[in-house]
Design a protein. Structure first.
Length: 493
């Protein structure tokens, strides 16, 4: 398409999704007639305005490599290599809405064309009616749907549970969600039915991260492809969800999404960032005030201590160096087990349990954590969280095994406390008498062994045990988390 006039944001959106989309809510309006003269060697230009055609200055704009900000007239220029950059995107300021299509974030990016000598890409932002620093952030990892059965479980269990949870606890605050990769299980044709299910959840806006199973099996990642005009692994994903590396601002939180799967065709990949991505992140954060709170959405985790760090991002130390000076929460999936780790006092990683658990085989992950998702409550820079098990009450925060139910721990009461971190207290009572802290140990979870049919070898760190006296009638396990919330379960022996 040859752009000879100012773009409508609707036109940008149509390019992104490959089809015509009629909008009747007047959200997408014509940009004010502003002449933007060409500049030598600048191949991308545009203007950012609000819905009343007022220019918005100081908006951060990037093409995946180069960064700039809009001037007082809302205008920006970029020296973009159009053979390398596929998108131009903006880091939406916190005072403006993040536009969506079918509840998937779309309004922050526009695709670029090699056929246009100068790409003009304009953005229209709608100011929020109510300015607030409070919102809910739901993190889901690994829906990993492979067939119609998986889609139905995702709809009837996961999506239905999110919908019911929001009905029960939702306030006037907006609800955002991040899906941190492995949306599908190598089946690209399931992106559309997956997206249709998201409409049923009641979430206002979904962000997505690419996982190792979201690449086209037949192609290398773009950075590993010599012929940039040919097939590349992210191409189908990008047609549905846009760029793999991007940032937005909500309230006082700067939210960054990054690909950390270096992909080669036929399922060959390494969990790592490219050098260009790390440079991109340095530039992105250069516009963020040091000391600010930053959320990082990744597919592969960085800092797990169990399983000899299997699945961790290889160049994690470079990432941690870049993140110094910020208060960071990293949200990841990939491993199909739950593990929290406080990397530094200012960097906390949540490797959350998968929506699909152990690949939809049952109702638990490899570590015994139930299928579910993480609910993060944000009030300014005060962050709290709680895991929500699919199909369970919100206070179901651990599982208790009676003596001899956990086969390798004969005679012990065992508690699996999946959202555990070093601040937790796990106590036990014998017939109402406090006996102290339970003993932490590493082992393979019994629920997973039972579901899987045999031991698979992964030993989780969030198990605790205590051996009751012979004539004990009941044992109560009491778990207190870092937010001073207390949860109890009692088992009759």
């Amino acid at each position: 398409m040859k752009h000879t006039v100012l773009l409508l944001l609707l036109s940008i959106f149509t390019l992104a999704c490959g089809g015509k989309h009629e909008r009747t809510d007047n959200r997408y309006v014509k940009v004010a007639t502003v002449r933007i003269p060409d500049r030598e060697r600048f191949t991308v230009k545009g203007v950012v305005v609000d819905s009343k055609n007022n220019p918005i200055g100081s908006v951060v704009v990037n093409d995946g490599f180069n960064f700039t900000q809009t001037d007082n007239n809302g205008i920006y220029y970029l020296k973009t290599n159009l053979s390398e950059s596929r998108f131009v995107s903006i880091s939406v300021p916190p005072a403006y809405e993040i536009e969506t299509d079918s509840f998937i974030a779309t309004g922050f990016y526009a695709p670029l064309s090699r056929q246009e000598k100068i790409n003009r890409r304009d953005f229209v932002l709608r100011k929020k009616e109510k300015q607030s620093d409070q919102f809910m952030y739901i993190v889901l990892s690994d829906p990993q749907v492979r067939n119609e059965t998986h889609l139905q479980r995702f709809r009837n269990e996961s999506a239905a549970d999110i919908r019911e949870t929001l009905k029960r606890i939702r306030t006037s605050s907006p609800v955002y969600a991040a899906v941190v990769g492995d949306i599908v299980f190598d089946m690209m044709d399931l992106f559309d039915p997956y997206k249709n299910i998201l409409k049923e959840t009641g979430v206002d806006c979904y962000f997505h991260t690419i996982g190792n199973h979201d690449f086209n099996l037949a192609c290398n990642a773009f950075s590993n492809t010599e012929d940039k005009a040919a097939c590349y692994g992210e191409q189908i994903y990008e047609s549905h969800f846009g760029p793999t590396d991007y940032s937005v601002n909500i309230g006082k939180i700067h939210i960054v999404t990054l690909k950390n799967i270096d992909y080669f065709k036929d399922k060959k990949y390494t969990e790592r960032f490219t050098e260009d991505q790390l440079k991109w992140l340095i530039k992105d954060l250069s516009y963020v005030l040091p000391g600010s709170t930053v959320f990082i959405n990744l597919h592969a985790p960085t800092s797990n201590q169990s399983d000899n760090g299997e699945g961790n991002t290889r160049n994690r130390l470079e990432l941690m160096e870049i993140l110094k000076g910020y208060k960071v929460h990293i949200f990841a999936g990939h491993t199909h087990f739950f593990e929290n780790y406080e990397v530094t006092p200012d960097i906390y990683e949540h490797n959350i349990g998968a929506v699909c658990g152990a690949w939809w085989a049952g109702n638990v992950n490899r570590c015994g954590a139930p299928n579910g998702y993480l609910i993060v409550n944000v009030n300014g820079e005060n962050i709290s969280w709680q895991y929500k098990a699919t199909g369970k009450d919100s206070d179901y925060q651990f599982r208790v095994y009676k003596p001899d139910e956990f086969i390798s721990q004969a005679g012990y009461v065992v508690a699996n406390v999946w959202d555990w971190d070093m601040t937790y207290q796990v106590k036990w009572y014998e017939d109402g008498i406090l006996k102290g802290e339970m003993e932490q140990f590493a082992d393979e979870d019994q629920d997973y062994i039972t579901m899987h049919g045999k031991a698979a070898g992964y030993k989780t760190l969030h198990l605790f045990r205590a051996k009751p006296a012979e004539n004990t009638k009941q044992v109560t396990v009491e778990v207190c988390n870092r937010f001073e919330q207390t949860f109890k379960q009692t088992v009759v022996l």
